[in-house]
Design a protein around this ligand. Structure first.
Ligand SMILES: CC(C)(COP(=O)(O)OP(=O)(O)OC[C@H]1O[C@@H](n2cnc3c(N)ncnc32)[C@H](O)[C@@H]1OP(=O)(O)O)[C@@H](O)C(=O)NCCC(=O)NCCS
Length: 147
């Protein structure tokens, strides 16, 4: 798998998602968020996301389903390396409902506000997803990357 480059000066407009609250969690919420990541994704992603809670505010956004109050997804940045976006995950019950788009764009706008010009999606799995939502480009020669 390759890394992807996202131009933060050329992001699409972000529309509010009717059914979701997208926000940065507070530090005291880290146990619940990290358990969600471990239970639904992997212990490796939990370890990467733990690094997000080392910053104030944390370098992670979460999506909370307004109707049920459940955690639907998360997106981190500056965890594996500075300027890297990820890990990213949407609970399988909430996939296909624009949760991924909402959290990734929110995280990318936060990176732009923090002063980055570009974001790198490390070792991207669903390349077409990132191409679709933020016009990401494959970085030649990025296989194997830093992982
Ligand atoms: C990839 C993932 C985050 C997408 O989340 P999602 O909430 O289902 O995505 P969205 O509903 O916001 O999809 C936005 C658009 O991308 C498309 N899309 C979603 N997943 C896709 C995929 N795997 N490949 C290609 N396109 C995809 C959708 O069809 C949608 O297109 P549309 O606007 O034309 O309808 C989710 O499937 C997931 O958590 N996967 C497992 C973890 C993972 O692979 N994370 C990324 C690691 S780099």
């Amino acid at each position: 798998m390759s890394d992807l480059l996202v131009r933060l000066y050329n992001l699409p407009c972000m529309k509010e998602h009717d059914g979701l609250q997208v926000r940065k969690p507070l530090p005291h919420q880290s146990p619940a968020v990290l358990s969600f990541i471990e239970d639904n994704f992997s212990s490796g992603w939990k370890a990467e996301a733990a690094a997000a809670f080392g910053s104030v505010p944390p370098t992670i956004v979460i999506a909370v389903d307004k109707a049920s109050g459940r955690l639907a997804g998360f997106c981190c940045w500056d965890c594996t390396a500075k300027g890297f976006l990820g890990p990213i995950g949407v609970h399988d019950e909430f996939r296909g409902k624009s949760v991924g788009r909402a959290i990734v764009l929110s995280a990318l706008y936060s990176m732009r506000e923090a002063g980055y010009g570009y974001a790198i999606v490390g070792d991207a799995g669903p390349v077409e997803f990132f191409q679709k939502i933020c016009d990401a480009r494959v970085i030649e020669g990025s296989t194997p990357g830093i992982y």
